[in-house]
Design a protein around this ligand. Structure first.
Ligand SMILES: [Zn+2]
Length: 208
């Protein structure tokens, strides 16, 4: 059952299945319960051992197009970041410019950070901006080195601000039907701003 659902997600997240237009169009939404748990920018992320990645890809060339969707880790297989480069954007055509934004529940592990750095070094026409809810194991020297390498390769890395969570809520999360506009709005958790500032400080220390 779980297996089936993931194959289904993979299928609908594939860009060939996505509606492609100059404007953004929603192709698939994240269940609200996942967002509320996985993206929460708590300081201690116990139980949050999966990575959720919402992406927006804008391709500029003769004709511009964009698509978006989300990915999640597949246990014992690819991490979401890795899956992005193998399934969503396996190649960048030389004549086009790619501008990619990710909203990720937490910052990447060493292997994924290296994959990101490699993709940016290989594709000079690729811009990648990553906004993360939390920092993953940021006290580890290997992680710090990998994040610095990402920055050196041109990756913009930032912590999600309260308005970024609201943006993801509005654009990537399933909205319940039959409720008033107000009920659909993003409700920030109590310490969202404080936690954002905490992680922002830590990130500045890591990337200084
Ligand atoms: Zn990873």
């Amino acid at each position: 059952m779980w297996e089936d659902r993931r194959s289904w997600l993979r299928l609908i997240n594939h860009p060939t299945c996505a509606y492609i237009s100059p404007g953004l169009r929603i192709t698939e939404r994240l269940p609200a319960i996942y967002f509320q748990f996985q993206f929460k920018n708590v300081e201690y992320s116990s139980g949050r051992n999966k990575t959720f990645l919402c992406y927006i890809v804008e391709v500029q060339g003769k004709e511009s197009r964009s698509f978006q969707g989300y990915l999640e880790d597949e246990h014992a297989a690819a991490h979401a970041e890795d899956a992005f480069f193998s399934t969503i954007l396996p190649t960048c055509e030389g004549a086009l410019r790619y501008s990619v934004t990710w909203y990720v529940s937490s910052s990447p592990c060493v292997a994924c950070a290296d994959r990101i750095s490699e993709a940016l070094r290989k594709n000079k026409n690729l811009r990648l901006s990553i906004l993360v809810g939390r920092l993953f194991m940021w006290e580890e020297p290997e992680i710090q080195a990998a994040l610095k390498k990402m920055k050196a390769a041109g990756c913009k890395l930032n912590i999600m601000r309260p308005q970024d969570f609201a943006y993801v809520w509005k654009n990537f999360v399933e909205q319940e039907e039959g409720e008033g506009e107000e009920a659909k709005g993003f409700v920030p958790w109590e310490d969202i701003q404080e936690n954002f500032q905490y992680y922002e400080e830590k990130l500045a220390e890591v990337l200084h």
